[in-house]
Design a protein around this ligand. Sequence first.
Ligand code: MN3
Length: 202
Amino acid sequence: MPIEFKDLPYAADALEPHVSAETLHYHYGKHHKSYVDKLNAAIAGGSYADQGLEDIIRAAHAASDTGIFNNAAQAWNHTFLWHSMAPSGGGDPAGPLADAIKEKFGDLAGFQDEFRKAALGQFGSGWAWLVQSKDGLDVVATGNADTPLVHGSVPLLTLDVWEHAYYLDYQNERGKYVDTFLEELVNWEFAQQNFQADRAAS
Ligand code: MN3
């Protein structure tokens, strides 16, 4: 069964003025769709064809099947990205996740500093993540299509720092884009859902 190109969780103009409808037209409608289309073309009729997306990512990584891995991971990372933002995002985390952030980073500003460092420190294309591992929360950066799914931690939030994610709205100013994500867009409810799911499973 082909991997589904899922709908955005909001209207294409819902993140304006922070992320424009034009950016989503290209980033979701062209870049993300292209990863899904290329993946489906590559897996058709082969050993990955009946697997779910996360299984394909793990199997392709284990087999060093780079072309499949890159498109599968990018398909998954982008769906995760759309949910990591919300039209009325930003603000403070609540509940158990807020406690875990305090424990690891001291306060929300401490988390924001770490996340900003990871997002700005990623040379070239990649992703910044808040993840949950056995040792608690962590902020990590991954290059290109790489994803925490194959590094033993549970993703809670992500931000795409490939230039295609921000160039139309922010040009070269990755720092402004990262700050806007942290202040106006970050979807703490989504992060909380991911956080609780992992606790229940462990
Ligand atoms: Mn992207």
